[in-house]
Design a protein around this ligand. Structure first.
Ligand code: PMP
Length: 399
């Protein structure tokens, strides 16, 4: 008998499990569309040129590696605010935003969850159905009751907007509502600006606490366009939370660079809130790591590197859009028995294709094409070399 005798095996992460199965598959022409990262045309995770140059500068500077302040690099935090809220944002000028560097977007969500736990909320966190897997687990672990709100409508491959409004309305007042600001993971189905206006009205009336998760800024319609929701919430005058991440937009996954931003009512409130967020950080990991945020900071605050980064981000975005268009065209030309046009309307890296679990299984068994059983594919894993095989197989399993 040991301390660990009663410890049960935790369930495996379904997507990591899929990757393991893919790696173990001996078939040569296998294709993995189950991943959650951007691959370039050659099927590789890119190292952005802007990042490589900043890393060279940093290497040459031989900078010492002291501790960062608890809330991270101040210039980085300011740059994040401008990216999210806009260069001329009122809330920035009024010093009503608190931003702390975080360990990726996940770390930002956890900091927000822990700080919110000290406040007066309903204790309920509402997430979209479906949502990024980790939302439920993270907020459950942080001590909340997690509920779904309706979001995706399989019959239209689109949004169940009325269902979403009804469910937000039905939540107890002061519930925390997690909203994907753009490029919804896993469906790719986003809200329009008009939709956001209505959501804001309900959230305001019910005094819910909005928590915007923006992990794909620049992957949808553009850096500024993708931040529209953040800016609408800022204009509404509400207090709210934003978790953001550079994992995707800098192709910086393992560097773990993100931020938690909290919009408060006054400058004085911002100072008190910051002091509490710092306490959460201090008691979790003391202070954040230096490398990733230093590089992001160098790129964002250097006009030349910033322009280069924006170009590189645009080319990632455009390649994804091209793949969406090509996929839909090919499926049509090859006589698919249904219209996949909705895939072009979706945004970001992911697509809910509408394929059933049985069809996904056939893709894997018969064609060595791996997708998530919900029908989610990573559009950024498609390229000119594999797209034909993928659309051939989809037409076949849909027959
Ligand atoms: N939110 C969403 C919606 C995501 O899809 C992801 C990552 N895939 C994250 C947060 C977490 O981002 P990070 O990898 O920077 O922790």
């Amino acid at each position: 008998m040991s301390l660990f005798t009663p410890v049960e095996m935790a369930p495996r992460d379904p997507i990591l499990g899929l990757n393991e199965a893919f790696n173990a598959d001996p078939r040569k022409e296998k294709i993995n569309l189950g991943v959650g990262v951007y691959f370039d045309e050659d099927g590789k995770i890119p190292l952005l040129k802007a990042v490589a140059r900043a890393e060279e500068f940093r290497q040459q500077a031989m900078a010492p590696r002291g501790y960062l302040p608890i809330e991270g690099i101040a210039a980085y935090d300011n740059a994040v605010q401008k990216l999210l809220f806009g260069q001329d944002s009122d809330v920035i000028q009024q010093q009503r935003i608190v931003t702390a560097q975080s360990i990726g977007g996940t770390g930002a969500l956890k900091l927000g969850a822990d700080f919110l736990k000290t406040l007066d909320t309903s204790g309920i966190v509402a997430i979209s159905n479906p949502s990024w897997e980790n939302h439920r687990a993270l907020f459950t672990n942080a001590g909340y009751e997690v509920q779904d709100y309706r979001y995706y409508e399989p019959s239209t491959n689109g949004l169940d907007f009325l269902g979403m409004l009804e469910d937000l309305q039905a939540l107890p007042p002061s519930s925390v509502v997690i909203l994907h600001a753009c490029c919804h993971n896993p469906t790719g189905v986003d809200l329009t600006v008009e939709n956001w206006h209505e959501i804001i009205k309900i959230i305001q009336t019910k005094q819910h606490i909005p928590f915007l998760d923006i992990a794909y800024q620049g992957f949808g319609q553009g850096i500024e366009e993708d931040a529209a929701a953040v800016r609408l919430f800022a204009e509404s005058g509400m207090v709210f939370f934003v978790s953001s991440s550079f994992s995707k937009s800098f192709s910086f996954y393992g560097e773990r660079v993100g931020a938690l931003s909290i919009v408060t009512q006054t400058t004085e409130e911002a100072q008190r809130v910051l002091s509490q967020v710092k306490r959460v950080i201090r008691t979790n990991y003391s202070n954040p790591p230096t490398h990733g945020a230093t590089i992001v900071n160098m790129v964002l605050n250097n006009p030349e590197l910033n322009a280069l980064w924006q170009e590189e981000l645009a080319s990632m975005r455009k390649r994804i859009q091209q793949m969406r268009t090509l996929m839909v065209q090919q499926l049509k030309n090859k006589g698919a028995n249904k219209d996949f046009g909705f895939i072009i309307e979706q945004h970001g890296m992911f697509s809910y294709t509408g394929l059933t679990a049985a069809q996904v299984e056939r893709l894997r068994e018969e064609f060595a094409i791996y997708a998530v059983s919900t029908g989610r594919i990573c559009v950024a894993a498609l390229n000119m070399k594999n797209i034909d095989a993928v659309t051939d197989a989809i037409v076949e399993v849909c027959k």
